[in-house]
Design a protein. Structure first.
Lengths: 365, 353
């Protein structure tokens, strides 16, 4: 498959591993930001190949994982009260205070998996008497598609479509991680797809203030290893620049059309991240006329009781990179993909799910 | 690694029923861990008997000195028609293949239809014509049947149940417990095309592709294989739950480890691309015209020759081997690392990005 196979070439990967191990004069700690990168690292055993010289910390880059419990509880309440609730497949197994969306569906709720927000818009247009709510989760990556859908809906005055928005922004979370007391991170591999939309300018202040290399990196094994190699080269040289590894998709200015769309529909707000706490400027909310599409204001009765996290879940520590999933006492015991305590165990980008599914069986052969 | 981890507790079921304690969810129908536990814990205790206990695709019954294979399957595919097939041909192929996996030659099929009020008779006609054509092509009569109608909204147009009876010739014994360390693991061709074809036309998920279902009657291919390699140990058709679920069932039945060379598993380019886009693992996508064979290493070459000589087995290839060890499935990745292949928790869901 073009654009995939060449980035999974074992010989190329091996050469990069050798180059990194040779270049590193001491152990370095690098955080890959995106859960998609975490999954690739575990699936291909890259962490084991680099272990001698590079420790990979897994970052908060799983939008499903950081979607606030309160938002998920609202989605459950909407589904239970007759709305047609649409979201990406990942969200359906994420545990809320009172079960998950798949369970709500089993109890009669109308919960749909869609692949694009426009699929949800189409459902709303087809049945004008039926309330359709799209649970909009994701980083800056998925925000433009939701913004485009919001614009379409507003322009056509579709009154039965609302958005439950939990869009989050990556740079403020990296700032919080780098600024935290005792932070172990020495370099970031930024999420390539986020940078494809937003560009790399937002990372310059983080790189300068904390003297950290930031490399916008892709998601295939060769991408990740090249990103690590670029970060290690900077670390060894004492540099702290923003660089782009994922050159086939990322330009420094990002995608101006997509950014303009996001700016038109959303404004930057403080946002609680599940497991992490309030991240200043860490979220996007509907702005101006688009606020009319907000499901929270359209259905205020849904606030309900305060959400509760299972006490034993250490998702927050995992998302901040403070611990790796197997260090959680519940990992693989009280918490499995079938009976999760926290979102990282079920999301396709969750670090706990990555460890659970890809645990090396006997190490490299 | 911060704490030691027992891989085998990970691979084992950790809870009695997933997600919801008191209700059936779609995870129970996905052909992975939850389906197995629904059977073990909720059905088996009330139905236990030796034939069912063999946990094969079909039961082997003895009558008048002959061995008969008996199997049933219900088809609830949505949409009813998909590239490369429809629910009618699928209902014939699925049940014939279950008989073939027992080494049985098909004698007759039954067909029960559950029709939803409001279904267009032209749709029903197309489905049944296709069902009849598939049965005729296999030279197996639909010998008995039943039709029920349910109220609008209580069904997805048509549900089809077929049962099949077949005769198992003397000397054939295809069972997971015959699989032994050293056995070669062979597939008859590229996997996952059926699952990908159905997804490609599913409401809310449709994407343009040239993928066609691989749905086919495997009986003739199995006859060729058994002719060439009578010592074959076990056959499985990787339907619901895909190759991953089939390998887990055999690993458990054989009490052996199965090691798969990930790079050797044949998957068509278009199916791989669809999986990349949707975030699905092709190892868990259904095939409806492929088989996985377990045979002694010494017979692997003749089995491959026999399979490749038949149109349905042209893409046959060895993907791994059986090893001694605890029942689990290990993948050797192209990067040279080894990892466990675990069953997904439920229905495969397309991911966010």
């Amino acid at each position: 498959m073009k654009f995939v196979d060449e980035y999974r070439d074992p010989a190329l990967a091996r050469a990069l591993v050798d180059a990194i191990l040779e270049r590193a004069t001491r152990p370095w700690t690098i955080m890959e930001v995106c859960g998609g990168q975490t999954h690739a690292i575990l699936a291909h055993g890259l962490d084991a190949l680099l272990a001698e010289r590079v420790t990979l910390l897994h970052g908060p880059g799983c939008p499903v994982c950081v979607t606030p419990l309160e938002t998920l509880d609202r989605a459950l309440a909407l589904a239970e009260r007759g709305a047609r609730l649409c979201s990406f497949g990942d969200m359906l197994r994420v545990p809320g205070s009172r079960g998950d969306l798949l369970g709500a569906r089993a109890r009669g709720g109308d919960v749909r998996v869609v692949y694009s927000p426009f699929d949800a818009v189409r459902l709303a247009a087809a049945e004008p008497d039926r309330e359709v709510v799209f649970l909009a989760v994701g980083f800056e990556t998925t925000a433009p598609a939701v913004a485009a859908a919001a614009r379409w809906v507003l322009a056509r005055d579709l009154s039965n479509f609302h958005l439950l928005v939990s869009h989050v922004r990556v740079p403020p979370a990296l700032e919080a991680i780098a600024a935290a007391p005792g932070a172990q991170v020495e370099a970031f591999l930024a999420a390539g797809h986020v940078c494809t939309v937003m560009g790399t300018a937002e990372y310059e202040p983080i790189a300068q203030r904390h003297r950290l290399p930031v490399v916008a990196t892709g998601f295939e094994p060769v991408d990740i290893l090249e990103g690590v190699a670029m970060a290690v080269a900077q670390l060894e040289a004492g540099a702290s620049r923003v660089e782009i590894q994922y050159r086939r998709a990322v330009r420094p200015e990002g995608n101006p059309a997509a950014r303009a769309l996001v700016d038109e529909v959303f404004e930057v707000v403080d946002r609680p991240w599940r497991g992490i706490g309030v991240v200043p400027r860490g979220g996007l909310a509907l702005r101006g006329p688009y606020a009319a599409l907000d499901a929270v204001t359209a259905f205020p009765a849904l606030a309900g009781e305060a959400p509760r996290e299972p006490a034993a879940c250490r998702a927050g520590d995992v998302l901040r990179g403070s611990i790796r999933p197997p260090a959680c006492p519940e990992f693989g015991r009280g918490c499995t993909p079938e009976r999760p305590l926290g979102a990282p165990m079920v999301s396709s980008e969750g670090a706990c799910a990555a460890y659970y599914h890809y645990r090396a069986a006997g190490g490299p052969a | 690694m911060s704490s030691p981890l027992d891989l085998d507790t990970l691979a084992a079921p950790a809870c009695p029923l997933p997600i919801e304690d008191d209700r059936v969810t779609l995870a129970h129908g996905a052909g992975a861990g939850a389906s197995a536990r629904l059977f073990e814990e909720r059905l088996w205790p009330h139905l236990a008997n030796p034939a069912l206990g063999a946990r094969h695709d079909g039961a082997i019954l003895e009558a008048g000195g002959a061995r008969l294979a008996f199997t049933t399957d219900t088809f609830v595919v949505r949409p009813l028609e998909f590239p490369g097939g429809d629910i009618g041909s699928l209902a014939v192929h699925g049940t014939l293949n279950d008989l073939a996996m027992c080494g049985a030659r098909p004698l007759a099929l039954s067909c029960a239809l559950v029709l939803e009020e409001g279904l267009a008779l032209s749709t029903l006609e197309r489905v049944v014509r296709s069902l009849g054509a598939a049965a005729r092509a296999a030279r197996v009569p639909v010998a008995t049947g039943d039709t029920k109608v349910v109220e609008r909204g209580k069904g997805d147009g048509v549900y089809v149940n077929t049962a099949g009876v077949g005769w198992v010739p003397e000397g054939r014994a295809l069972r997971p417990d015959r699989v032994a360390p050293g056995d070669a693991v062979i597939v008859s061709g590229a996997l996952g095309a059926h699952g990908a074809a159905v997804l490609s036309v599913r409401e809310g998920l449709a994407f343009e592709s040239s993928i066609r279902s691989d749905s086919a009657n495997l009986s003739p291919l199995v006859e060729e294989a058994l002719e060439a390699v009578p010592e074959l140990h076990c056959l499985r058709d990787p339907t619901r739950g895909g190759l991953g679920a089939a390998l887990h069932e055999v690993a458990r039945g054989a009490a052996c480890e199965i090691e798969i060379d990930e790079g050797a598993v044949p998957i068509e380019e278009s199916v791989r691309a669809a999986c990349e886009v949707l975030g699905l693992d092709p190892l868990f996508l259904a095939s409806e015209g492929r088989l996985v064979a377990f045979a002694p290493e010494a017979s692997a070459a003749s089995l491959l020759d026999a399979l490749r000589a038949h149109p349905l087995g042209r893409g046959a290839v060895q993907i791994g081997r059986v090893a001694s060890g605890r029942p689990r499935v290990v993948l050797r990745t192209p990067m040279g690392s080894r990892r466990l292949l675990l069953l997904p928790a439920g229905e495969p869901l397309p991911r966010i990005c």
